[in-house]
Design a protein around this ligand. Sequence first.
Ligand code: FAD
Length: 447
Amino acid sequence: METVDVVVIGAGVAGLTAARLLAGEGRRVVVLEARERIGGRVHSDRTGGHVTDLGASWIHGVDGSPVAEAVAAFGIRTVEFTVGSYQVDSRPIAYHGADGHRLDDDATRRFAADVHTVDATLADVVAGSGPTDTYRDVVERAVDLQGWDASRAERVREHLEHRSEEQYGVPSDELAAHGLDDDSIDGDEVVFPDGYDALPTRLAAGLDVRLRHVVHSVHHGDDGVEVTIDHGSLHAAAVVVTVPVGVLQSDDFVIEPPLPERHRQALGRLRMNAFEKVVLRFPERFWGEDVAAIRQLGPEGRWWHSWYDLTRLDGVPTLLTFAAGPAARAIRGWSDEQVAASVLEQLRRLYGDHVPAPTSVQVTAWHDDPFARGSYAHMLPGSTTDDHDDLAVPVGGRLHLAGEATWTDDPATVAGALHSGHRAAERVLGRDVPIARLWSGALSGTT
Ligand SMILES: Cc1cc2nc3c(=O)[nH]c(=O)nc-3n(C[C@H](O)[C@H](O)[C@H](O)COP(=O)(O)OP(=O)(O)OC[C@H]3O[C@@H](n4cnc5c(N)ncnc54)[C@H](O)[C@@H]3O)c2cc1C
């Protein structure tokens, strides 16, 4: 049986970060990756010569972000696009009222001010919430405290429902009251005109990454770990497991002996979400040039309420929208054409029948992907923010869980994945390693 110092399971950002830092410190590291590509939930498609990020798109705030630092150090191009966190008014957004007509600047400002008012109240309401309260419970309380008339209150309630869906891919009555606590950004947001996958590609350079290696089980004990794949197994002193929560929860991935109670409790309070991207390219930019996003208020926007103008990436008129929460669940099994027709019905309601047919449509299916089982994890009611970090507590000094869902401060992001990989590497080594070694350190420990 092949023996190395550390086996890393998963070649997403968390796994590649851990592996790169460990190899840089002289450890013999092998990365086992089930797919035929690296990157995991960072996946840039290049069909038809267009770059489409089917997984992560944004760095949610570049200030103090090691992802932004890494990207800058690697010379990867980015474009500013600060509408990636369901902000109500960060950049020009074309709001349409419930009747489909565009709101004027005054009405837009009044609506945004209402959302900010509730947000300010919400922070205190969440802080005072009970352990099983949902995000919907706290929103209800925060809106009720304003004493507004029904329609004014309803527009804000609806915005916050869509925030839960778009940020975490879950209706607000299935999200913990604290489920959006991490939802703030520092500085501008940026996207990647050449594809976000440039980051994992750079992280993987020089590492021993073995693609098409599906791990079935991890046995750990006093004599180290044994990791079993289809055609054999590897032995190592330590293992870093970065598979998504949905894979960890499945019977297809066995950890023996099973994770301790604390980990199992934490894992049971997290769930993979329902969140898919729909990217539509058009022959013309029928929505005008002065907006970063389009949004519609009211019941017609139940599923399709927000569209992001990605034209800035390569000049091709492109809109990104999300099937999030209930919409993502409902469209499972639909063809791309059915999804496009449903989205176009709403766009034509706002812009008229002259809205042309799209030249291409891409709809993701992360939920059906056996190596993702959803887009990212969210906190169920009853969970605490500590559940994320609890998952990463080392087991027996040799089994380390990492990945977006194990990072309390910024879960569900590439930043969370990167931080968690850094932490796992430090724990394997038993000492600190500057994160900057990721982009400035030389590799010495690859096999
Ligand atoms: C649609 C979508 C939009 C998103 N938008 C953003 C965004 O704009 N900004 C942002 O910061 N984040 C975003 N995210 C989240 C971000 O992509 C993830 O948080 C991050 O990439 C997770 O990295 P990871 O290394 O933890 O997990 P992953 O990238 O999932 O890596 C885990 C790896 O393990 C592999 N694996 C799974 N099972 C096995 C097995 N049995 N054996 C071997 N290997 C296995 C997988 O194939 C995968 O490569 C988005 C995600 C999605 C899906």
